[in-house]
Write a protein that binds this ligand. Structure first.
Ligand code: SF4
Length: 283
């Protein structure tokens, strides 16, 4: 089975320093790579961009960052919308927009469901991140983004599809918008930090004259009688359960220590939820 390029992006590691964005800008702005891409204009294009997602409400708020780029789909809608063979899918998985054949084909910008294609007004061509194919074909093993990232967010790997499926299953990788059926070759680790919800709260106990944060308390989250997760409160009495499906309905929460306990329930809607301060009661 032929080996193909894939990129694994770990959302948890990205801190939005944008060095990857700058590396892509540096690689393509003003530089033509014959057979691969025409120069990127200095303004207006972000072939690799970073999206920001904030979840939760004070005092438990999470901000995470999602690097996005052309997904080099195995079933690319852009290719289906290209005339004159302007987009090709290489045997190694890389999707390339021909800078000459694509001239005037502005419809390709809207054909990408990920918004990964930008329109070069001056040259009248659609453009997207090429997976740095000109570098990989020269023998480079890492893309510019991977070389530039100090947080090890990106991992470029060339493996056959069966091995990639095994890696996906083993590492819990996901792709963007899988329901579109585009079969991206960009895989995300910890994508739940963008797509899923968390529920959090602060547990206290009343010690007579003082209300104290209750640390190291066992907290159990249940749904329809099944345990969804278990955790312990931190030194501030806070707990978080992440990776919950938005709009997933009613959950039950139990917390207990040697001689204290509490139970509550909540309805999880579209957004992450802070349950507030929950006070333990004596058993
Ligand atoms: Fe085409 Fe968009 Fe898929 Fe890239 S992400 S291959 S531009 S459909």
């Amino acid at each position: 089975m032929a080996k193909k390029w894939n990129m694994i992006v770990d959302v948890e590691k990205c801190d939005n320093c944008r060095l990857c964005f700058l590396a892509v800008k540096d690689e393509y702005t003003g530089n033509d790579f014959a057979g691969y891409s025409a120069a990127q204009p200095s303004l207006g294009h972000s072939w690799l961009d970073i999206k920001r997602k904030e979840r939760g409400t004070y005092p438990i708020v999470r901000a995470n960052f999602l690097p996005v780029m052309c997904n080099h789909c195995d079933n690319p809608p852009c290719l289906q919308n290209a005339k004159n063979g302007a987009i090709k899918k290489r045997e190694d998985g890389i999707v390339l927009i021909d800078p000459e054949k694509s001239k005037g084909q502005k419809q390709l910008v809207d054909s990408c469901p990920y918004g990964a294609i930008s329109w070069n007004e001056e040259k009248e061509i659609p453009q997207a991140w090429t997976f740095d194919a000109h570098l990989l074909d020269e023998g480079w093993k890492k893309t510019r983004a991977e070389q530039a990232c100090p947080m090890d967010v990106f991992r470029t790997i060339k493996v056959d599809d069966k091995e990639m499926q095994q890696i996906q299953a083993r590492e819990g990788l996901e792709v963007l918008e899988p329901q579109l059926g585009t079969k991206p070759r960009i895989y995300y680790k910890n994508l739940h930090l963008i797509t899923k919800c968390f529920v959090g709260g602060t547990i206290t106990q009343n010690l007579g004259s003082v209300e104290e944060c209750a640390s190291q308390v066992d907290v159990i989250l249940e749904k329809e009688g099944q345990t969804v997760g278990k955790t312990k409160t931190d030194i501030f009495g806070e707990f978080v359960f992440d990776g919950l499906e938005p709009n997933s309905g009613i959950y039950h929460l139990r917390a207990k220590s040697t001689s204290w306990q509490l139970t509550t329930e909540f309805n999880l809607g579209e957004e992450s939820k802070y349950l507030g301060v929950l006070e333990l009661q004596t058993k």
